[in-house]
Write a protein that binds this ligand. Structure first.
Ligand code: PMV
Length: 319
């Protein structure tokens, strides 16, 4: 019985979140230790058009048709069908497994969509290239987050470090020396949509002040890209920590995030900041590889719900 299996990684935002929504650049990195796999098992004996969908991480086990039309899983399948101008899918079972914690800033929603779009388009005999996958994943991110910048679906689709700026061509860039990051989860589920909406309200009240902050974040991001491209990793730590201070100023940090950032810095990290939407979710910590496990232990002792030490490999900037 034919089985299709497609997957997609997780991601972390290194710098530039929120400012990216207002046109500043941001950098996102794929996280390969976590991933989503979508398997499609053809069921030639089942009634025609019978499509079951199982996603144990969200306790989903039923027919695809029983989901609301705007359910992101159903919408993703429908968009693939529309693109291919087909109106039926041969009977099958769709099995979605993810090793990613949900709503924890690692991009679980985009990862599921990307793996699903790849699997369905392959099952229908026309595997989509990354551009097509990314386009659909962006549409589905809108169902999850309202008005996303597009950075999550982009980094997850291409599985490579991305320098992302709204309405500009995607740029992949070189990382000439690998870097070690610790990702630590506060355990508080942050809502990206609500964090973005809160920033929007504050920006409306003080446009000049917020634009100045976004400009500074944009400059930090450019500098961090240059440091990654030239291997000047020593310079990056303070830039990340400064980015955290600016995120505090736009109101998306909280006590739990600030506490974890302080613990990491006291434990010898080069830099630390919240990552993603904020108001919960993750911090990222940049540290020497030999100190990473020790810092991760301290973060766990200080209340982090989980930690992940990830090595971002060097890349040649091609994709
Ligand atoms: O919460 P995350 O990891 O999906 O990141 C959101 C990043 C924001 O810049 C806050 C929003 C966006 O769409 O870019």
């Amino acid at each position: 019985m034919p089985v299709i299996s497609c997957s997609a990684p997780g991601k972390v935002i290194l710098c530039g979140e929120h400012a990216v929504v207002y046109g500043a650049p941001a950098i996102a990195l794929p996280v390969l230790q976590v991933s989503t796999t979508v398997k499609i098992i053809a069921k030639p004996q089942a009634p025609p058009r019978s499509i079951t969908i199982k996603a144990p991480s969200i306790s989903l086990d039923g027919s695809l048709d029983s989901l609301e039309l705007d359910n992101p899983l159903r919408a993703a399948v429908n968009l693939v069908m529309q693109e291919l101008r087909v109106n039926r899918i041969p009977a099958c079972e769709i099995l979605i497994n993810t090793t990613m914690p949900l709503s924890a800033g690692l991009g679980s929603s985009a990862s599921v969509t990307v793996a699903l779009v790849r699997a369905i388009s392959t099952y229908l005999g026309h595997p989509f290239d990354n551009n097509r996958v990314n386009h659909i994943a962006f549409e589905i991110e809108k169902l999850h987050h309202g008005s996303p910048s597009g950075i999550d679906n982009t980094v997850i689709t291409y599985g490579a470090p991305v320098f992302f700026q709204r309405n500009k061509p995607i740029e992949f860039f070189k990382i000439i020396r690998p870097l070690t990051l610790i990702i630590a989860d506060t355990g508080i589920k942050g809502s990206t949509a609500s964090a973005v909406a809160q920033v929007r309200q504050r920006w409306e009240m003080d446009r000049d002040g917020f634009e100045a902050i976004f400009r500074e974040i944009g400059q930090l991001t450019l500098q961090i890209r240059r440091d990654l491209e030239t291997g000047h990793l020593d310079e990056i730590g303070p830039l990340l920590t400064r980015n955290h201070e600016l995120l505090q100023r736009i109101g998306v940090s909280n006590l739990a995030l600030d506490q974890l950032v302080n613990v990491a810095m006291q434990a010898g990290a080069h830099g630390a900041k919240l990552s993603g939407g904020g108001l919960g979710g993750n911090i990222i910590v940049f540290a020497n590889p030999e100190q990473a496990q020790q810092i991760a232990q301290k973060l766990l002792k200080s209340g982090a719900a989980r930690t992940l030490v990830t090595l971002i490999p060097s890349t040649d900037g091609a994709c």
